[in-house]
Design a protein around this ligand. Structure first.
Ligand code: PLP
Ligand code: COI
Length: 339
């Protein structure tokens, strides 16, 4: 196998052998095209370049303890890309085509799936872009769908160790009736200034508040927010956050562990009452939050013992990872095994 230091992999681009593409033209999607080229050629008036007609997904494949490759909740990502496509008026990728493309991209790059026990995974990045030309503000009639893969390590360098996050009040990520529930690049563009600033100020990520009232917790940078209070798993209900598939899974695991799952708006001042806080997502997995600093209000909220992940977050993390890596029964039927 490749000479890769799996345990030290960052979360970043890594060249693999193949990517898989399909093109929507004249009202239909093409057969899957297997490419070795990392570049795309497109019309300079493509709508993805001008009017933000693009959306992406993120999911992982794991090498299990039995040597088999498992993809986590593939169909949920297929559905969410269709939701995002609808949001910015793109041609949705049929669910079967999405799943076939992902499986093919993993299979073709099998040697890049990190070995079991290294802590790394193969990250899949499906991407849908408007490649037809328009100069007026209108949806394209042609689209390109690509799936590429990269072996990756943890998104937050600390791995499963508590991080510090920063509440900001001088930037918004997504408007209440805007694009926050879609996984479109514009949301990430809108988050960049605040994110880069928070990193230079020593934080792992920004914690965005709802844009309307600046009162409720919305999104933990590239992840959803959750908290533990007594026997409750609490996570924001909001119309401007991404519906995280990891969060959806943690809610099921939490309920299975006997916790009460609560989805409701979470006011900032409630942070003072939480036992544990965390961020969750495909890239972030579960990242415990040790401290949240409200930048403008100059208030700091701390959770648990310094430097130590909370008990419940740790149990959720262990259960989630064990299912993903085939170490315990996949009782919710979340994995797709690649044959
Ligand atoms: N929120 C945002 C803004 C994200 O980019 C992600 C990553 O995909 C998530 C939440 C977590 O979603 P998921 O668990 O489906 O990866
Ligand atoms: C993911 O967790 O899959 C993400 O997309 C987060 C980030 C890298 C954008």
């Amino acid at each position: 196998m490749e000479n890769i230091n799996w345990a030290e992999l960052p979360f970043g681009y890594f060249k693999t052998d193949y990517n898989v593409r399909s093109y929507f033209k004249n009202g239909k999607w093409s057969e899957l095209d297997v490419c070795t080229d990392e570049a795309i050629t497109m019309h300079m008036a493509a709508t993805c370049l001008h009017y933000g007609q693009q959306a992406f997904e993120g999911l992982k494949a794991f090498r299990g303890i039995d040597g088999k490759i498992r993809m986590f909740r593939l169909e949920e990502n297929a559905k969410r890309l269709a939701h995002s496509a609808h949001g910015v008026m793109m041609e949705p990728v049929p669910l079967d085509l999405f799943m076939e493309a992902c499986k093919k991209a993993v299979k073709l790059n099998e040697k890049f799936v990190p070995p079991h026990g290294t802590g790394a995974a193969l990250y899949l990045r499906p991407l849908l872009i408007g490649t037809g030309e328009q100069v007026g503000v209108r949806p394209a009639t042609e689209y390109t769908f690509i799936v590429f893969v990269c072996p990756v390590g943890p998104y937050f360098k600390t791995g499963f160790k508590p991080v510090k996050m920063q509440i900001v009040r001088d930037y918004d990520r997504a408007a209440p009736l805007g694009t926050g529930t879609y996984k479109v690049g514009g949301n990430y563009a809108a988050s960049l200034q605040a994110s880069v600033r928070s990193q230079t100020e020593g934080f792992a990520s920004v914690l965005f508040l709802d844009a309307k009232e600046k009162r409720y917790i919305d999104e933990a940078g590239p992840a959803n927010f959750f908290a533990i209070k007594g026997n409750e798993y609490i996570t924001p209900r909001s119309h401007s956050i991404l519906r995280s598939i990891t969060n959806m899974s943690l809610r099921e695991l939490a309920a299975d562990m006997g916790l009460t799952v609560v989805e409701r708006p979470i006011a900032v001042e409630e942070l003072a009452d939480f036992d544990e806080a965390g961020a969750c997502g495909t890239a972030a997995v579960i990242t415990p939050i040790g401290e949240i600093v409200d930048r403008e209000e100059r208030i700091s909220y701390k959770f648990g013992e310094e430097g130590v992940a909370g008990k419940v977050a740790t149990e959720l993390y262990n259960r989630l990872r064990a299912i993903q890596k085939g170490e315990i029964e996949d009782k919710f039927n979340w994995n797709t095994i690649i044959e």
